[in-house]
Design a protein around this ligand. Structure first.
Ligand SMILES: NC(=O)c1ccc[n+]([C@@H]2O[C@H](COP(=O)([O-])OP(=O)(O)OC[C@H]3O[C@@H](n4cnc5c(N)ncnc54)[C@H](OP(=O)(O)O)[C@@H]3O)[C@@H](O)[C@H]2O)c1
Length: 307
């Protein structure tokens, strides 16, 4: 099968189109004939080596954490998923490939009304947003600040929080403010003077903060605004969390993928889900896709078309 692989950490140029044997599903796993793969900010950090300690990978490595596609092989002890099913979810092997393995229990059925590209864009953003909000223990009527609210994870975090009756203030570049208003958040610009701008946007005070950007002093500002590091979660600034006593959240096998995807698909069914596709690249142009992801300030998610 065709796959994108790198055999040394480094810039996007290390990504190569290669031919490798298709992976074979183990117990509890299925193999997906990938139609589309999501490109995440995590992918370029894993490739560059910046996340060597948090997300160590064996080299050569096929990147990609999420996919949509059709199940084409089923391992032992799999129930509820069959060959031919159209699915989406996190992958256990690299999704930048014609075929990838996934834990069957972490997949959901793809609705016909959701495109392959939209489906591939959902798993990481939805799971991460869901996990972060759960760690914050938000209650209806509370006010939440989301740092980096217009990105992949932020977009889902805002929508999940709004659906729970939480008031959301979201930080973003000005170009993304009207988008945040459409999602139901009050937009503010990040950077110097952030705390004052958030206070003006939330005169009743801030109960909790979710940093999905990991830039600047978002964690410190969040602790100042909420008055308690226990109501501050970051997914992108472990060092800031450690210094301020806030919570750093990372995924893993216990990640709440199915509840998160079920909630996202319920919003889709209701016709309200927003997760725009910034750009679609063919598999062979994965390096360009990661360069765009690394540059940031995207209007939605980047995905690869594979099958
Ligand atoms: N720990 C985990 O489990 C986990 C899981 C998934 C992702 N992550 C991490 O979470 C982060 C976000 O991922 P993503 O996929 O949502 O990335 P993304 O789509 O690229 O979004 C990043 C967002 O950060 C915003 N931003 C840039 N500079 C900022 C600043 N100085 N202050 C506040 N916001 C700023 C951008 O806003 P504008 O475009 O409006 O400028 C953009 O919306 C990445 O660092 C990723 O590695 C962690």
């Amino acid at each position: 099968m065709k796959a994108i692989s790198f055999d040394a950490h480094g810039p996007a140029d290390v990504l190569r189109l290669v031919h490798v044997d298709p992976p074979v599903p183990g117990p509890g796993q299925v193999r997906i004939a990938v139609r589309s793969a999501g490109v995440n900010a995590l992918d370029h950090k894993i490739r560059s080596g910046a996340l060597r300690e948090l997300f160590p990978v064996e080299l050569p490595h096929v990147p990609g954490l999420e996919a949509s596609g059709v199940v084409d092989a089923v391992g032992e002890d799999v129930t509820g998923v069959r060959a031919g099913d159209a699915v989406l979810g996190p992958t256990a092997t690299g999704a930048y490939a014609e075929q990838a393995l996934a834990e069957a229990a972490r997949l959901v059925v793809k609705p016909v009304s959701l495109s392959w590209e939209e489906a591939a864009a959902l798993p990481v953003a939805a799971e991460t947003a869901w996990r972060g909000l759960a760690a914050l223990g938000l209650r209806e009527g509370e006010t939440l600040v989301v740092h980096g609210a217009a990105g992949g994870v932020g977009t889902l975090a805002v929508q999940f929080a709004v659906a729970r009756g939480v008031d959301v203030v979201g930080t973003a570049s000005e170009i993304h403010h009207s988008y945040l208003r459409e999602l139901g958040a009050v937009p503010v610009t990040y950077g110097e003077g952030l705390a004052e701008r958030v206070r003006a946007a939330a005169p009743g005070g801030v109960d909790a903060a979710f940093d999905v950007a990991g830039k600047g002093d978002a964690v410190a500002v969040s602790v100042e605004l909420t008055g308690s590091p226990e109501r501050v979660v970051t997914i992108a600034d472990p060092e800031g969390a450690r210094r301020r006593g806030a919570h750093f959240s990372s995924g893993g096998r216990a990640a709440p993928t199915v509840p998160a995807l079920t909630a996202a698909l319920a919003l889709h069914e209701a016709g309200t889900l927003r997760l725009p596709i910034h750009r679609v690249y063919p598999l062979a142009e994965a390096a360009d896709a990661q360069r765009a992801s690394e540059h940031g300030h995207l209007a939605g998610k980047i995905v690869l078309t594979v099958g």
